[in-house]
Design a protein around this ligand. Structure first.
Ligand code: H79
Length: 411
């Protein structure tokens, strides 16, 4: 298959392949590997210049508990997440699956079992879509750096890379997402043989969704540690840490709050994107308590307010000011700051027929003038018991529009 044929096929099948993903909104990222034992982030081997042989000893020492992936998947499900993405190999090169490409893997070393298989089974058990993260960059493989300088090394390393991806796409049943990362040190898609590898992956997994981190734009963009929408028409997913570290790092003690995660979800839904929120499990696989603490109320909040979050949404930018998500003739007003008895909204240009509190369906009295809409007789305290973020559903006559601008001009 030529590159043109490949790209045409990817384009032609995208809408159908991405249908579930575009409605899912929220996924769990899991960074788990040897580095968890050091507890100083997933870049520790590079940042502390740990010799390969010394770092390798972590492989023999790693003894995770029984099937921690079930814990992650249960937590993801209860938190309102619809899919997961797990590191099968991070930049440190340790493979969490039963690979024939290297013996630096979880079956042959300390764990003595296939941690990717356990993860995939856990996703299935809890009804979650399955994503596999794979780092092209490899600090352990002898050709991982040499490949940039030596064609023989590059050939060996690419055979290794293609072999790894072939196994991941062949041995674990249906895989929903292939999440590449780390393109150092090769310069482009051609050097990484990305078209060949992705074409192979898609042949093995016809429904596969692939991210944009192997020098091909593929299915979606991946802003990291920022929630910035892509241009209209381009799918995107913000990958975000929970405590400003990807791998387990007990010293990283500032956790994003439930309310911050809700705010990120709002920005994603307003921009037709997804949120991939990370956890970095401990060496034994258990989830840091702080993550569970913030996710528990989030799950309850989503159970009440999911209609404003999941499913096909329209872009807010250009239609409304911030603080909304929209679907057709319906607008959802997110209220993280509670004003008390009356809420006044300016500049709504569409006739509003009905306003209800999304969580309960309880109608709200309101008055709509030309430039102002006043919601009346509201409670003094936020009616949302989970996170203090109430959502109101506005049913309108037409696709909602709000015009405020920076000046004060009565139109
Ligand atoms: O897997 C996570 C990161 O390890 C990986 N992508 C996410 C999903 C990633 N690889 N490279 N980068 C992110 C960009 C590189 C950032 C760096 Fe640094 C800045 C490398 C060195 C300085 C971050 C901060 C890592 C060490 C210090």
């Amino acid at each position: 298959m030529t590159q043109e044929e490949y790209l045409a096929q990817v384009e032609a099948t995208r809408a159908q392949r991405m249908a579930w993903w575009r409605e899912a909104r929220f996924g769990m990222f899991v960074h788990w590997g040897l580095y968890a034992q050091l507890g100083r982030n997933e870049w520790v081997m590079n940042r502390e210049r740990i010799p390969v042989a010394e770092y390798e000893s972590l492989a023999a020492a790693w003894k995770p508990k029984e099937r921690p992936a079930r814990e992650w998947a249960r937590l993801a499900k209860d938190s309102g997440m619809k899919y997961m993405v797990m590191t099968t190999k991070h930049h440190d090169g340790f493979c969490l699956w039963d690979t024939q490409q290297t013996d630096y893997n979880a079956v042959r070393r300390g764990p003595g079992r296939d941690l990717v298989r356990e993860y995939v089974e856990a996703c299935h058990e809890f009804g979650l879509r399955v994503g596999l993260y794979y780092s092209l960059l490899d600090w352990h493989h002898p050709d991982g750096a040499q490949c940039a300088k030596d064609e023989t090394a590059r050939r060996r390393f690419l055979d290794f890379t293609q072999g790894c991806v072939r196994e991941l796409m062949s041995n674990y049943g249906k895989i929903d997402i292939l999440w590449y990362d780390g393109v150092w040190p090769l310069p482009d898609a051609s050097a990484w043989e990305s078209v060949q590898r992705n074409a192979m992956a898609r042949q093995l997994q016809p429904e596969l969704i692939i991210n944009n981190r192997a020098f091909l734009e593929e299915d979606y963009g991946t802003p990291e540690e920022r929630v910035t929408p892509a241009e209209q028409g381009r799918d995107w997913e913000a990958c975000m840490t929970f405590n400003y570290a990807w791998g387990y790092m007990p010293s990283a003690i500032d956790w994003r709050s439930t309310r911050e995660v809700i705010s990120m979800l709002g920005t994603c839904a307003a921009g037709q994107g997804n949120l991939l929120l990370n956890i970095g499990p401990k060496p034994d696989g258990s989830v840091p308590e702080e993550a569970v603490e913030q996710l528990a109320p989030l799950g309850r909040w989503l159970a009440d307010n999911g209609e404003a979050v999941y499913g096909a949404v329209d872009r807010v930018r250009g239609a409304m000011e911030g603080g909304w998500t929209i679907k057709g003739n319906v607008a959802y007003r997110w209220c993280p700051r509670w004003p008390g008895g009356e809420l006044v909204i300016g500049g709504i240009r569409t006739k509003v027929n009905r306003i209800t509190l999304l969580a309960t369906g309880e109608p709200v009295q309101f008055w709509q003038g030309d430039q102002q809409l006043k919601m009346l007789n509201l409670p003094q305290r936020s009616p949302d018991p989970h996170a203090g973020v109430a959502v109101y559903k506005f049913e309108c006559d037409a696709p909602p529009r709000q015009v405020l601008g920076s000046g004060y001009v009565v139109l």
